[in-house]
Design a protein around this ligand. Structure first.
Ligand code: 6AU
Length: 266
């Protein structure tokens, strides 16, 4: 099963260049940590990137919350992604018909496809959303995750919906769709190597006042068999600036990596 394979040994099981690069980075940096940088100005985003970039395999953005977003900022982020060796994941959660997402992905003030290696989409509109996004992203070597499950209380992405999401990905093939946002490894048959990225992670279990639910890195990587932990407020929310964030990111990196090493021994 996938959960017993090393990240490095899974590189050859993928054809998508972003998926390959992610697995290589994870192995090289001994990190299955994605930092979610949900702050609203570019100076703050870049400060967090400088603080934690060396600890993570991936930086996740919500570009539409950044008040002073610019193409110069996107260039800077891409420069950091090379220097500090991480993947850029724009958490856009596309959810419209194929023709519309083509424009949302390619155009507008954010021009997501021009700088983000990875993005995600809800399967709700049907496979046309994949056709649309891949027409833009595939020629650029980009990759897509489908949201198969969510971390928030009362969400509707469960049971049959999750199974159908998996089916949709299988039918699309793994050239562009490389995995899922999910709470556990949603492909029990594991015919193919899918990447499982999991938000809702804290060093202690709990939640927030708006339905977010947290599990620990150990729950996610060891017990649920996922590949990447996504941590936002747990890292950028600590007080004490860049150094404090770096120390906190190191705690998450270590917790995620130790859970992975323990999993390999099962
Ligand atoms: O660690 P947090 O709670 O501060 O941030 C979690 C991040 C946020 C959410 O938009 C995102 O993860 N997220 C997602 C993603 C990544 O698609 C899906 C989901 O079900 N729950 C969730 O929190 O940026």
């Amino acid at each position: 099963p996938t959960t017993l394979k090393t990240y490095g040994s899974r590189v050859s099981l993928h054809s998508n260049p972003t998926a390959k690069r992610l697995l290589e980075i994870m192995e090289r940096k001994q990190s299955n940590l994605c930092v979610s940088i949900d702050v609203t100005n570019t100076a703050e985003v870049l400060e967090i990137v400088r603080g934690v970039g060396s600890k993570v395999c991936m930086v996740k953005t919500h570009a539409d919350i950044i008040s002073d977003f610019s193409s110069a900022f996107a260039d800077e982020l891409v420069r950091f992604s090379k220097e500090l060796d991480f993947i850029i994941f724009e958490d856009r959660k596309f959810a419209d018909i194929g023709n519309t997402v083509v424009h949302q992905y390619q155009s507008g003030p954010l021009a997501i496809a021009s700088w983000a290696h990875l993005t995600n989409a809800h399967p709700i509109p049907g496979p046309g959303i994949i056709t649309g996004l891949s027409s833009v992203g595939l020629p650029l070597g980009r990759a897509l995750l489908l949201l198969g499950e969510m971390s928030s209380k009362g969400n509707l992405a469960t049971g049959e919906y999750t199974k159908k999401t998996m089916q949709m990905a299988k039918e699309a093939g793994r050239e562009f769709v490389v995995g899922f946002i999910a709470m556990s490894r949603v492909d029990p048959e594991e015919e193919e190597d899918w990447l499982m990225l999991t938000p809702g992670v804290g060093l202690v279990q709990g939640g927030d006042k708006m339905g977010q639910q947290y599990r620990t890195p150990r729950d996610v990587i060891l017990d649920s068999g996922c590949d990447v932990i996504i941590v936002g407020r747990g890292i950028y929310g600590v007080k004490g600036g860049k150094d404090a964030m770096e120390a906190e990111a190191e705690k998450y990196r270590r917790a995620g990596w130790e859970a992975y090493e323990e999993r390999l021994k099962r």
